[in-house]
Design a protein around this ligand. Sequence first.
Ligand SMILES: NC(=O)c1ccc[n+]([C@@H]2O[C@H](COP(=O)([O-])OP(=O)(O)OC[C@H]3O[C@@H](n4cnc5c(N)ncnc54)[C@H](O)[C@@H]3O)[C@@H](O)[C@H]2O)c1
Ligand SMILES: [Fe+2]
Length: 390
Amino acid sequence: MKAFQANLPVTLDFEAGAIRHMGEKVEPFGKKVFLMVDPFLQGSDLVAQITSSFAEHDIEYLEFYDIVPNPRHTTIDRAVELVREAGCDVVVAVGGGSAIDSAKAVALVAVHGGYCWDYTERLGEVVTRPQSRGLPLLVVPTTSGTGTEATPFAVINNPELGLKCAIVNPFIYPDVALVDPQILVSKPARLTALTAVDTFCHSLEAYISIHCTPWVEMVALESIRLFATDAQRCVEHGDDVEARARMAFASTLGGMAIASAGVTVSHALGQPLGAMTDAPHGGTVAASTPYVIGWTLPVCADKFARVAEILDPSTQSLTEMERAQRLPGILEKLFTTLGVTDTFRSYGLQEHQIDDFAQTVWTSFNQDLACHPKKITSKEEVADIIRMCF
Ligand SMILES: NC(=O)c1ccc[n+]([C@@H]2O[C@H](COP(=O)([O-])OP(=O)(O)OC[C@H]3O[C@@H](n4cnc5c(N)ncnc54)[C@H](O)[C@@H]3O)[C@@H](O)[C@H]2O)c1
Ligand SMILES: [Fe+2]
């Protein structure tokens, strides 16, 4: 068996109603919270429950709601100033991947100083890579998609440069993630679908990554199995707490899988497309996945066959190669059923932008390309893949 290491430095607290214990969870970490809340929750009961739980434990807090999807580096720098001025000693984030990634960056930059953008990975640039933790961080995901509660990544957008890049640092994991399926029941169907396909793509990409290990394989395949049984259910019956819990678990597992094995080509293309078009992350990743599978098939047929069988058990009687060849079609059908049908073109990418797009992928997401099982050796090759997905 391939040798491997597995490390999950975040305490996961999975429980319906978990957020009621927020004050108790924060107490060991600090006395003054910088509370970063996704703006869709402003004025909600959920925030009231969290803040009253702080009050019960004599914990002060400063609220911050200025978060947008594809989070901006400037917002994070502003938040860091507020944290320092107010003397906050712990960060709590409640929201989607954008809110949690913002909080991961704020917690790190508040301790280590400088500007957020300088912490992001960019080929050939000087990158700030702290060797110790930031402020303590507790997070509550309100989407089941990114799995960011269990990853060492924070994806940050720089609209001035038209770039979206990631902080990749083992000291950025949250200390505690409260995953509370009860708060997911009101998540709109469209967002449920977009975030579910993101989870699927994480697990698939980690599974096919050259860094996949027996640990990643177990985690990723279980995530894919839960996606297969529960994604559609969550879209159609959002109030099914059990289905929400299983999809939340799938999402966290997907995060754990990419934390160990990284993502591959679909994310390398999807992240900058999100920066260029402000399109939703799950959609940008799903748009290329069936094509990328087709292109990768010769080197990964066994793994694609296994995924095809999980998603469509009727393929069991086929040969391995036949099952693998079915996967792009199975996914196109599944994504269509979930209502995730956008393409690079429909997100507004134009043909004359392909070379610039390929350049960005090459320099900003080279680490992801390097995880792909089929070698990519130049930005011209990236441009060819983008053309294929067009
Ligand atoms: N750090 C990682 O490991 C990692 C992994 C994958 C993706 N990402 C990043 O995460 C971001 C995407 O996060 P996301 O897909 O969770 O979406 P998001 O956080 O960008 O949220 C999308 C929209 O949904 C709203 N929203 C969130 N939860 C809601 C709910 N329960 N009900 C109603 N509205 C809700 C938000 O206010 C926002 O308007 C991207 O920037 C992506 O690059 C990070
Ligand atoms: Fe993702």
